[in-house]
Design a protein around this ligand. Structure first.
Ligand SMILES: Nc1nc2c(c(=O)[nH]1)N[C@H]1C(S)=C(S)[C@@H](COP(=O)(O)O)O[C@H]1N2
Ligand SMILES: [Mo]
Length: 522
């Protein structure tokens, strides 16, 4: 075999398409988003003048998108082959080509709506695959060329043997890379189409009795820069152990209620949504939220009361826990009392008036006011086992977190941000406070460790949500600190004792520094 330009082009093509397949697979497995290649196509459409797009659509009909993808793929193929040929003379030239392509892909992904850094990971995966595969495929070619130089100097059978050997290595590796790319691409396709199918089922759902949220009167205190009292689903924090988010088709979903019950219950999704719907504003937060952190959100949840289902099943004496299991195998242990004592503990099917987003537990997740998510808010829930805490271990309790996870009272300063500025005279500060299912009776702030001053509170529909607060300060111009603490329903003040999040939630007063200005513009 001569290491013709052809072999180097083939190496470049195989490495190039392997990178595209890897980035596609990663995108399908990691996110709801399009693969980087599709993002580029969408970017092209966005940057193309409207008249041109219109004419293309009129000319090509619904083949416009496949056509555009094909053009981009062909362009890629030319660049991939070129990168392969460049590799013959220099190691860095193909890297520059790949970096350029990755940059285009990265910018395209980044300019899509609602992207985060995680969406760039497929681009990075593709880039890494290009580098690895190209060096893997060109290494035998390089060896072959060295052998040829030797052979030209002194023709021996040794060199011929090396040539055969390197040719076999090259073909083997090319086959390996191509097969790998096909497998990764196929996996991505299966994962992606599963997700699309469930997205479609979700989009077509109509949930009887589920209403759009209406912001209760008076929940907002007048202050710019606070987080909205009602958290949009797209801004709601997300915590789970799922590497690939479970995509559960409601048509196949079942919930089994069993264990220490008189009658086992198995519910289909249809059974569930045919039942009486209960709806409530409930604030959900994470036990691993540090003081001042943002792993908290407030939403309008609609679902079915768990207490009613447990009554129908007939809980046997001696039970004190419900072990919840998710479709992905995650588990949590919830106190039976919290599910039956009359609070709005529900199997939620909707968030903010719409079927749960897949990331937040579609089609069904549990919501229990007053408990941290890790002991209560099971997403993609499929199994409730009535049991005893003594007999179970759940995902996070196996890893050192407490068995019981009642929410601890907490408060947060959002305005100004740490290191921010306010007016020295009449400057406004504010934030949120929460003690779900108990309630907040007061919020107080202290400047530079001085006396506590009462803040104004927003009105809330129940004790199960966070409360907005605001206060007006008069301080000397210059640097200061501001601390906040809340009081619970019984007037008890939030402790200032500093505690880490492990094992059952952080404590301490959120404290920031700020600068008081004689006058603040804007
Ligand atoms: N299946 C499953 N459910 C889960 C988790 C998880 O890892 N897997 N994490 C829990 C934790 S720790 C929290 S704080 C909440 C977060 O819910 P969210 O992602 O909808 O905000 O979900 C809970 N439910
Ligand atoms: Mo959590």
């Amino acid at each position: 075999m001569r290491t013709s330009r052809g072999s180097w082009s083939v190496a470049g093509l195989a490495a190039g398409f392997a990178g595209l397949a890897a980035s596609y697979g990663a995108a399908m497995v990691l996110t709801t988003r399009d693969a980087p290649l599709t993002a580029v196509a969408e970017g092209v459409v966005r940057l193309t003048p409207g008249v041109v797009v219109e004419r293309a659509i009129r000319f090509l009909g619904h083949w416009d998108k496949p056509f555009l993808l094909l053009v981009i793929l062909m362009l890629c193929a030319v660049l991939f082959a070129w990168a392969g040929r460049l590799a013959r003379r220099s190691w860095w030239a193909p890297v520059v080509v790949y970096a350029g392509l990755a940059l285009v892909g990265g910018v395209a992904v980044w300019s899509q709506p609602r992207t985060g850094t995680i969406d760039l990971l497929p681009v990075a995966v593709g880039f890494a695959t290009w580098l690895v595969c190209l060096s893997l495929l060109t290494e035998p070619l390089r060896r072959h060329e060295r052998a040829e130089v030797v052979a030209a100097a002194a023709p021996t059978t040794v060199a011929t043997g090396t040539a055969d050997h390197t040719r076999r290595a090259f073909l083997l590796r090319t086959g390996f890379v191509v097969a790998g790319a096909v497998v990764v691409g196929a996996v991505g396709r299966v994962v992606g189409s599963g997700r699309r199918h469930v997205e479609e089922a979700r989009r077509l759902l109509r949930l009887p009795g589920v209403t759009e949220p209406e912001l209760p009167a008076g929940v907002r205190v007048g202050l710019e820069g606070l987080e909205p009292w009602a958290t949009p689903a797209t801004d709601f924090y997300r915590i789970d152990t799922a590497f690939v988010v479970p995509t559960v088709d409601p048509a196949g979903w079942q919930l089994r209620i069993h264990g220490m019950v008189d009658r086992e219950i198995v519910l289909s999704y249809r059974d569930l949504i045919a039942r009486q719907v209960t709806q409530a504003w409930v604030t959900l937060n994470c036990v691993s939220n540090p003081v001042g952190g943002d792993l908290i959100g407030n939403a309008w949840w609609s679902g079915v009361r768990i207490a009613d289902l447990l009554r129908e099943a007939g809980v046997q004496p001696g039970a004190d826990a419900v072990l919840q299991t998710s479709d992905d195998g995650w588990t949590c242990g919830t106190p039976l009392a919290a599910l039956t004592d009359g609070r709005d503990a529900m199997l939620a099917v909707a968030m903010n008036g719409h079927p749960l987003p897949i990331d937040h537990g579609f089609p069904v997740r549990t919501i229990v006011p007053g408990l941290y998510g890790y002991v209560s808010a099971c997403k993609w829930v499929v199994d409730l086992e009535v049991t005893r805490f003594d007999d179970i271990e759940a995902y996070w309790t196996q890893r050192g977190w407490a068995e019981q996870g009642p929410v601890k009272i907490a408060s947060r300063i959002d305005v100004p941000g740490d290191g921010g500025e306010i007016a020295a005279s009449g400057g406004r500060v504010g934030g949120v406070a929460w003690a779900q299912h108990d309630g907040i009776s007061a919020v107080e702030v202290s400047v530079d460790g001085g006396p506590w001053q009462r803040a104004e509170l927003g009105r809330v529909p129940s004790a199960d949500t966070w409360v907005q607060w605001a206060a007006t300060l008069d301080v000397e111009p210059g640097e200061h600190t501001l601390a906040v603490r809340a009081r619970d329903a019984h007037g008890e003040a939030q402790t200032g004792e500093v505690h880490d999040t492990v094992p059952d939630g952080a404590t301490g007063w959120h404290t920031i520094s700020f600068e008081a200005k004689e006058s603040v513009d804007g």
